[in-house]
Design a protein around this ligand. Sequence first.
Ligand code: PLP
Length: 426
Amino acid sequence: MRRNLPINKIISSMPVSATLGINERSNAMIKAGKKVYKFGLGQSPFPVPEHVVEALKANSYQKDYLPVRGLKELRDTVAVYYEKTQGLSFTGDDIIIGPGSKELMFILQTVYEADLLLPTPSWVSYAPQAVITGRKVIWLNTERDNKWLLTPDTLEAECSKDPDRARVLLLNYPNNPTGYSYSACELKALAETARKYGVLILSDEIYGEVHHDGDHVSIAKFYPEGTIVSGGLSKWCGAGGWRLGTFAVPSNLRRIVDAMAVVASETFTSVSAPVQYAAVTAFRENKEIDTYLLHSRKVLKTLGTYCADTLVGAGAKLERPDGGFYLFPDFSPMADKLHKKGITTSTEMCEKLLEETGVATLAGSCFGRPADEFTLRLSYVDFDGGLAITESAKLGVDAELGIDFLKKTCSASVEAINLMGAWFQK
Ligand SMILES: Cc1ncc(COP(=O)(O)O)c(C=O)c1O
């Protein structure tokens, strides 16, 4: 065998995805007998709803390859779901199902030859996908004091440099890593600028259903002809490992779906048949899902608020989150203190934090922020989501959840955030 394996140079210089790396590292520390709080990986803490699990069991005999674009019944159900939840008018033909939305994003970047506009901070995988597919990444700056949200002025400034250039804007809300979302007004203004320059928006709404107040609005409402809505089961249905993602693509952009289907047919073929049949149950309007989401949101809002307030109390700059299960605190006000500890980068800050408190987080630099900015992302999901939903349901829909509830159901997360707060104050 050759000694120099001819592995693609760009890919061999890239590390594995940062979120998966921190998970492996945390597991290794746990194996070595250390107490680790897993605030690194962004996985839903909630179990897959029981009736969806039952649907999967009932369909385990489904063994045939399904159509490349996805099971017709599922695609129709997803279209109806968007109509009911967002008032968007898709048909089943506008939907493509993939093994996770991440794969669909990669395929989109493969087939659509355009620069990728990425607000910073952004989820860890968008930029590496662009590198692998040979696309140019253009980072768009945002301000912490504007909740790290992209403004139409920043988009305008970039697009006006070369108005005819093909571009994809990746907009993710509620956002990973920040936990913030856009208001309808903000989305409308961004949509107007995108329309002016013919920018394709890839609207990553995978956390839409876990907007803490159930107030998620899609930018597709304001720019239907230029927006692809990305979603899936991973974050609101606790089913990340099932690997089912969806793209809803307006019919005027059908050629994009046609091209994506070519790549899908030559790579993954189709998503696992039992999972697609079960997903029909998840996307179909039903009371079980409504109740499940209601309690998921309440728990996440209560815990997210507690975590944000604790970190603000410790001196960090951030606001309470709007959705999802992430916070992106900025510890820059403590720069002097951190420098005295010999810490000069966000990576060193996260390493030291993990070493001294056992709290695993991810450095802000993984999300496109400058290395020497003291930001980090934490996922406040180190708790038993099944227990939390059960206890929240016992208290009733209208009950306010407070610190006693958190101590009972999310004690590891409460402990971790308190340890973090104390560490930064030390
Ligand atoms: C912002 C964001 N988009 C997309 C994904 C990918 O989700 P999936 O491939 O499981 O659909 C994730 C997963 O962590 C995410 O955080």
